[in-house]
Design a protein around this ligand. Structure first.
Ligand SMILES: [Zn+2]
Ligand SMILES: [Zn+2]
Ligand SMILES: [Zn+2]
Length: 151
């Protein structure tokens, strides 16, 4: 297992404040294997922070660029660590059960070659589909957006 990244240094490098609270949030995100909701983070932090405070802190970290906000069309945001803590990637999201899989980025290298832009600073992209288990249950699950509470 790779050692925990130096989050304090990452925050300072992007001009953000490295407060104990923000470092604690980043360490909690580091333990997750997929983008998480603020509600789930609240639980993993022992419920000490209220949800509104947590959202504000996460959105501020996203603005600093150390955290990435991910939209799975669940009606709530998901969060994960951004590069350099986590390598840049995208997600496959199952509309049947909410399962999420990381996928490599193929877009940026191609755009760099084919577009007239000199730099591409950021992009976000999620793929939607059905996981194998949901696909096996039949196509009727495919049209529906998964709305599992809080996840
Ligand atoms: Zn599924
Ligand atoms: Zn990408
Ligand atoms: Zn969700």
């Amino acid at each position: 297992m790779v050692g925990t990244p130096d989050f304090a240094q990452m925050l300072r490098r992007c001009g953000g404040r490295a407060t104990p609270g923000r470092l604690r949030l980043m360490r909690a995100l580091w333990k997750e294997t997929a983008p998480v909701t603020a509600a789930r983070l609240q639980k993993s932090l022992g419920g000490a922070l209220n949800l509104a405070t947590l959202y504000r802190a996460l959105d501020a970290l996203a603005e600093d660029g150390v955290v990435r906000r991910v939209d799975f069309r669940h009606g709530h945001a998901h969060y994960e660590l951004a590069a350099p803590a986590r390598a840049h990637h995208h997600h496959l999201a199952c509309t049947g059960c909410g399962a999420v899989e990381d996928v490599a980025c193929t877009l940026r290298p191609r755009l760099k070659r084919t577009s007239a832009f000199s730099t591409i600073t950021d992009h976000a992209m999620e793929y939607f589909g059905l996981c194998k288990a949901c696909g096996a249950r039949g196509p009727e699950r495919g049209g529906r957006i998964w709305t599992g509470a809080g996840e």
